[in-house]
Each structure stands twice: as C-alpha cells, then as structure tokens.
Design a protein around this ligand. Structure first.
Ligand code: SF4
Length: 536
C-alpha cells in the first residue's frame, strides 16, 4: 500500500506495522508528530498500542525500556535536547540491553528552527555504542524503522533512528509492508540482565563491546550503505543521511561521475570508507549536523585531504541544502536566491492576542518595578516570548526546568526576590525537583507556574499536571498559605500585582499559579465538543 506521509508519520506507521506495543514520548519539535500519528491511528487503537504522553523524555525512555524488558516492542521519541534529559537511561539501556525490540527516535534540529542548540544525536549513538540508522528520505524512514526492531531483537540492544527537521516535516509517498503481530509478553532469559550492579554491569558491558564487530559487519553489509562507482577519481563523496538526498538532487545516480559512498547506517562502514579514500584523490563529506564522520575519518585514514564542514568547504553551522552541496562541488545550479518581496512585513514571533501569559507578564513587570531588571528566570514554552518587546520580562531561558534551579542559585547568591516563570507542562517535566531543592533549603524564591492547562508550544498536548498543580506543590512541601491561585485576566491586574508583591516579601519558597486555558486549545476543544454534540 502507498501512503503520503511526513517523515515522522512514516516512522510511526512503520512502528505500528512492525508490531510495536507502545510509544513513549514528551512533545518536542520536530518529533511530536510521531506520537500524535499513533494517537490518531485507528489501527493503533484496535491493537491497543499505548501512546499517552510522558512527563519528560527520561520517564518516556524508562517506560519504553520497561516494555522491552517485558518482551514487547517499544519506541521512544524525542527531540535532540530531550535526549540530554534521557541520557542517563539511554547510556545504561545500551548496557542492560533489551528483551523485546526497542527503538529510540531522535529528531535533530540543525539551524535551530525551534531549539536552543544544534547538537547532533549521532554522537550519542556512538557514545552508547549502539547501531544508529539515519534515513535519507521518507521511504527509508519507514523501512529502517520497520527493520530497526529486528536489528534490536537480533542483538538485544536499543537501536537509534536519527532524523532531522527537513525529513521529519516533509511529505513523500511511502510503500508500507505487511502488518506483523505484536510480541507476546516474556521475561528476559537472563534474570540478572537488567540489574546493573557493578559486577553484572561489567559483564554486560563486555557483551556490548563484543557486539561492536557485529554492528560493524551489519553496517558493511547493510542494504542502506552503498558504494557507487564513478570514473572521475579527483573527488570521492561520502554522503550521510539527508546529505545523500541533497547530493542526488543535484547529481542523480546516472549523472554523477564521482565515486559516492552513501552512509545511512552506523557504526561507520570502515572498509567502504577506506575503499573510497584509496581510490580517490580527496574526499568531500556531506553530513547534516556536526562534522562527525569527517572528524572520524581524519582519525583513521592516513591520507589527507578530507574536506567538508570542518575545513569550510561546507558551512560549519546551519542546515545544508542542494545549492550548498552544489557549490561545494563547484557546480552551478542556476537557482537564484529568492528575495523576500518588500510587501512581506517582518513579523517577529509573538504571543497570541488574549493569551494568559500576557496578563501574567504585565502584572509581573509592575510588581518587580521597584527592584529593577535581571531577576526573572524563565523556561521553555510560549511564555519564553516574554523576553521580547513589549514585555522584556525575562532574563534567562537555558533548558527545561532550569528556571527554578537557577532562581534558587541566584537567591543563594543574595539576589532576592528571585522569580521563576515556568509553564505547567515544563514544571512537571523537570521543574518539580528544583522546587523540592528550594523547599529543602527554604530558599526565598517565587515560582510562577503559568498554567494554561496545556503543552501549547508543541500543539496543545495535555500536561502531566492537569488539575493537580496545587496538590503537587503541597506534596513537595510548599506551605499551602504560599500557594496562590490567580485568574490572569486584565480585570484582576491589581490583585495579581498585590499577590506577587506579597510573595516576594515571603522569606521562603512560594508558588503562584495564574490559571487560564490556552485560547488556542480552548478553541480546538470547543470545536471538538460541537462536533461530538452534532454527532449525538
Ligand atoms: S498558543 Fe496558547 S499559550 Fe501559546 S501564545 Fe497562543 S494562547 Fe498563549
């Protein structure tokens, strides 16, 4: 059957078809659509495939590992910075190994379209010493995900799929495969496999090391890594993942006179790399993300030069495209840089008119006016736009949850009042533990949890804290008298300023919860309710 699918959707469909029993994820662009596709899939519903959102990427990966422990096939999905959160479990999952197949999908965001950095997750795969698959198009995203479960079960190790924004969010026809049954529940044959006591972990680590030759052989023989002959040996091209797609846009297979090595499965197929290096005068490495392959081959080839992102033949940062690759090969594409017409106005990002965060920032700015600037530690969500005009209301945004712990550190340094602004979803993702630290030391910080009952920045997924924020804060030890709930509307501006000032004066951790549903989510909800009403 052929379907028109986003790269993300191709991954989701492949996992369903391959017999997956559960997907575990926290929303993060550009990976969110994978889980959303499973959630909307009738087939997934019929097959009872688990697909609820997790509190964060670490809990998602741990749950996926638990499902794989029980013998079923599981998948966990995240954006690249999410893998930092899940890295503790990820590194150890490579040591425990798996029982049922487990696939870790990581969507990187070169050019930082909606991220705070450009990190390249292939390094994590190499760091954990597990196989990494990097599809060059949507069909490969499907086929490689389908095959990744087999590879994972064959070697009893998690397998990583790495995609980037361009492939995750563009659409192409994808031919699907047969639908496989789900695995039966089963326990690991070695009951100690998952117990990482040092003596067992050392044994398991040797198993992982012992598998490296097999992973290399899998890469050397992979149908996805391919050596294409070429008569002009002045340049050999190593094209990785989506970089291969860009290359073929400008030099289709029949028209390319240079030898090409396509790399979409790692570890790097060393024999093929040596072959192309020996047969050509110099190498050009085309890879999306960091110059990982370029650096690696400089390490094991005796011969120079190797060119690519490191020597400036390709730009060191940002996304590649076919024109950039063409220029590196000295090819004129004739495509002209398209200029933005003058009538297109410059529109900086801004919060939706009527958003509750606007009322929160207006009140916060007034409440803090007497103390001056530099005291507001914020986090990642729509409210991060409070950094821009006209609010200029926040001073930091570093990583999920950092607002609370940075405010605590600043208060420890004597910056009082120190204020946190964090969303309800981000608070449960990784703000809660920071608040516990503040409670344990009675740190004088004010945590504003701007509760719009949603993970709005990624499309309005439910937050793990829905309806339970006060109880969670109380459970963490915040004095109930200093958990203040507000309705952030214009009419309540003066009350909000007063409550904020009262809590700034309190010598301990306090929480203010301005609560109003995200207006975009509310509109979608009302539409759904009207539809359902019309049906019944
Ligand atoms: S999507 Fe919702 S939370 Fe985000 S800016 Fe718009 S109204 Fe505010």
């Amino acid at each position: 059957m052929q379907k028109l699918l986003l790269g993300d959707e191709a991954i989701a469909q492949a996992a369903i078809d391959a017999g997956m029993s559960g997907v575990y994820a926290y929303p993060g662009t550009p990976s969110t659509e994978i889980t959303e596709y499973v959630q909307a899939s009738k087939l997934a519903e019929e097959r009872n495939i688990h697909s609820d959102w997790a509190a964060n990427e670490k809990t998602a990966m741990e749950a996926a590992l638990g499902m794989a422990y029980a013998g079923k096939r599981s998948m966990t999905c995240m954006k690249h910075v999410g893998l930092n959160v899940a890295a503790d479990n990820f590194m150890n999952a490579a040591i425990t190994g798996v029982n049922g197949g487990m696939v870790v999908v990581v969507a990187d965001d070169p050019s930082m379209h909606s991220s705070q950095n450009e990190q390249d997750s292939r390094f994590y795969g190499k760091f954990a010493m597990i196989p990494v698959l990097e599809p060059s198009n949507q069909q490969e995203a499907y086929d490689m995900t389908y095959g990744a479960f087999e590879l994972s079960e064959k070697y009893k190790v998690p397998v990583m799929i790495r995609v980037t924004t361009r492939i995750a969010h563009s659409r192409a026809g994808v031919i699907t495969k047969e639908l496989k049954p789900q695995n039966n529940q089963s326990l690991p044959s070695d009951p100690r496999q998952f117990v990482l006591l040092p003596s067992i972990a050392r044994k398991q680590y040797k198993v992982l090391l012992g598998n490296q030759d097999h992973f290399n052989a899998e890469s050397e023989n992979s149908a996805y890594n391919h050596y294409f002959e070429g008569e002009d040996k002045s340049v050999g091209i190593i094209a990785c993942g989506l970089g291969y797609n860009y290359l073929r846009e400008i030099l289709p297979e029949g028209d390319c006179k240079y030898p090409v090595l396509k790399v979409t499965q790692y570890p790097l197929p060393e024999k093929q790399v040596k072959q192309i290096a020996n047969e050509t005068e110099k190498l050009l490495v085309i890879e999306e993300g960091y110059p990982m392959v370029e650096e690696m081959i400089k390490g094991f080839l005796e011969k120079e030069p190797v060119t690519g992102r490191l020597d400036g033949t390709l730009p060191r940062d940002g996304e590649l495209n076919a024109d950039i690759v063409a220029a590196a090969l000295g090819i004129q594409t004739g495509s002209k840089e398209s200029k933005v017409p003058d009538f297109v106005a410059n529109r900086p990002p801004s919060m939706c008119p009527g958003c509750s965060h606007i009322d929160v920032y207006n009140a916060l700015n007034e409440a803090l006016a007497a103390f001056g600037q530099g005291r507001v530690f914020s986090d990642i969500g729509c409210y991060t736009l409070g950094a821009l005009e006209p609010f200029n209301a926040i001073n930091t945004c570093v990583d999920m949850g950092a607002s609370v712990t940075m405010a605590k550190g600043a208060a420890d340094a004597g910056l009082v009042p120190a204020v946190t602004v964090i969303g309800d979803s981000t608070f449960t993702h990784s703000g809660m533990t920071g608040l516990l630290d503040a409670v344990n030391e009675n740190s004088p910080i004010t945590v504003i949890i701007s509760d719009n009952e949603s993970t709005s920045m990624t499309g309005g997924q439910d937050s793990s804290a829905l309806g339970r924020l006060e109880a969670i804060c109380q459970g963490l030890g915040v004095d109930p008298e200093h958990i203040r709930v507000l309705n952030p509307i214009k009419r309540n501006h003066d009350d909000m300023v007063k409550v904020m000032q009262e809590e700034f004066d309190y010598d301990g951790p306090s929480v203010i919860i301005p609560r109003r549903e995200c207006i975009q989510k509310a509109a979608r909800r009302r539409k759904m309710e009207a539809k359902q009403k019309a049906k019944s």
